[in-house]
Write a protein that binds this ligand. Sequence first.
Ligand code: DGL
Length: 275
Amino acid sequence: MAEPLATAPIGVFDSGIGGLSVLQALLQALPEEHFVYLADAGYAPYGEQDQAQVLRRAEAIARYLLETQQVKALVLACNTATAAAVGPLRERYLRVPIIGIEPALKPAAALSRTGHIGVLATRGTLQSEKFAALLARQSPNTHFVLQPCDGLAAAIEQDDTATVARLAAHYLNALGPLGHRDAEVDAVVLGCTHYALVGEVFRSLLAGRCSLHEAGIPVARRARQVLAERGWLCPAQPGAGSIQLLSTGDPALLHKAAKRWLCQAADVQSLALAS
Ligand code: DGL
């Protein structure tokens, strides 16, 4: 592959609309850039599939974004896809920065007073080797309560607000006592980019009992840093950037979500992308 141009777009993908929470931060950090956002909604949710299936999807998407769209960097705006695929993708595409996302355990631990932290994520993320390695790097004095949230990403994807509220309450409850007294969980990590979109639902259920942590902003900062190190930042004026939206599923869901979360009424192109 030839060296990418600084004016080439940045590819961003997720199983669906969740990665828009990362794209929000990317737009803030890199307002002059062109983004191609791909929602793999035809194959979602990823979180309850096995790692080999998610890896196959991530490989097909990376091939499309890197070889057809010629992106200069790839952001895996999905914790589940990062856990399954960031290693193999980096081995395969050596010349292009591939930036992943992982649950914000360290910032949550830094802020926690009780040392008890709840982690809400998909089953796929929590069962991955990558997550086990992340957990092993944390202080042994910190206690993490891990809670897989089956069905929550799918409800957020479908904008099913009643199910989102019910499941958010159910999974927070499963973390045990929440609050600032000894042995209570006082920090909650939203370890799935879909959950970050409904941060307000969690905030209102928590009513100040816990701090909330997600990783969109550090990912965007990292993307800016790796592009700057290579001299690949887009030379255009800030604000001159653009967003192209693609979906392998229902384009109406991504259109509606982009309007709501990015204030962008951009058209969504349907894409058939076999594994
Ligand atoms: N948004 C994805 C993540 O961050 C996963 C949602 C899904 O299960 O597809 O893990």
